[in-house]
Design a protein around this ligand. Structure first.
Ligand code: BDR
Ligand code: CA
Length: 324
């Protein structure tokens, strides 16, 4: 079976790091590159965090390229309140710089031209890198096979304002350029579905019991995130948005989709809002919008993939109704 060629555009980030673990251990993917963007944390630290996540799953071979340091227009606001001063929960692992592979935008453009209509892009951070490519050369992103984006909120509150989700709020102009380009085969995975991906205290405790370096890493980086969720919204556990995109690429039955026209607000009180018109008749403007998620399927996949050595224990915990 041909592997799925995948570029992950990413801003690690606690949940981004978990997404990288899932992608790194999944044999279905040929990881072409991780392209990093400033978001949760500025791009240099985000790149170190990306490298650390890949190293811990033995994937130090994967190309990591740094992209935009700042949003296109707006002043940059990181999410260190959510992800910690180092972007991964203030664990301060010793981190090495990734090898310099040139700029993220150049790497993405080169790969798309080299493998036209073969590459899937998973975008898990602000869309600054992809919008920069579109501004430079509107055609090159049309060479992607599929682009799946974590961002936006449709019928639920945003996490940066009542209507705006962080990735779009951080760089709304980039999100607007991206969706106004009306690329084909774009899928949006908004907060409406990612909110349901709650890593519960029971799951986290099970992972802690595994006592491997990988399990320890996951427990360590999620501690700050758990505290943030409690302080912010009295949620026990933490919502892990970004791995849902990777899981969906592995198992399409995890999400249900509906076509809609995505527009992004770039000014005023609703800055960063994703406004979706589900009645749009012009099919060239339509993206797929995730509507519902099978969170049980997600967690079975995520846990048994990332902690494959503990598969039997995970199944036992599921059978006992302890974790799902
Ligand atoms: C998104 O913003 C970031 O904080 C997360 O990594 C995720 O990509 C959720 O709004
Ligand atoms: Ca992210």
């Amino acid at each position: 079976m041909d592997k799925m060629k995948l570029i992950i555009d990413v801003d690690p980030g606690i949940d981004d790091s978990l997404a990288l673990l899932l992608a790194g251990v999944s044999p279905e993917f040929e990881l072409m590159a991780l392209t990093v963007v400033s978001g949760n944390i500025e791009v240099n630290q985000a790149a170190r965090n990306a490298r650390f996540a890949m190293k811990i799953v033995g994937r130090d071979d994967v190309t990591i390229a740094k992209g935009c340091e700042l949003p296109l227009v707006r002043n940059y606001v990181d999410a260190t309140d959510t992800h910690g001063k180092d972007g991964i929960g203030e664990v301060y692992y010793p981190k090495e710089e990734p090898i310099d592979h040139g700029s993220a935008t150049t790497v993405i453009s080169r790969l798309l031209r080299q493998y036209p209509y073969q590459i899937t892009i998973a975008a898990l951070g602000p869309l600054s890198n992809l919008a920069t490519i579109l501004k430079r050369d509107a055609e090159v992103l049309t060479l992607a096979k599929e682009i799946v984006i974590m961002g936006g909120s449709v019928n639920v509150c945003g996490n940066c304002s009542p209507v705006a989700e962080y990735n779009f709020w951080c760089d709304p102009h980039a999100a607007k350029i991206f969706f106004d380009a009306h690329l084909t085969n774009v899928t949006l995975v908004p907060l409406d579905v990612t909110y349901k991906i709650l890593l519960t205290p029971n799951m986290r405790e099970m992972i802690r019991q595994f006592k491997t370096p990988l399990a320890q890493y996951v427990v360590n980086i999620t501690g700050f995130y758990v505290d943030f969720h409690w302080a912010q919204e009295r949620t026990l556990g933490c919502v892990i948005n970004d791995p849902l995109v990777i899981a969906y690429l592995l198992d399409r039955s995890i999400l249900t989709l509906k076509k809609g026209h995505v527009q992004i607000e770039i000014e005023g009180i609703a800055i960063g809002e994703s406004v979706i018109e589900f009645r749009e008749k012009d099919s060239s403007k339509l993206s797929n919008i995730a509507q519902s998620v099978d969170s049980k399927k997600f967690f079975e996949l995520f846990l048994t993939r990332v902690f494959s050595e503990q598969k039997d224990d995970i199944q036992l915990m599921i059978e006992k109704g302890m974790i799902l």
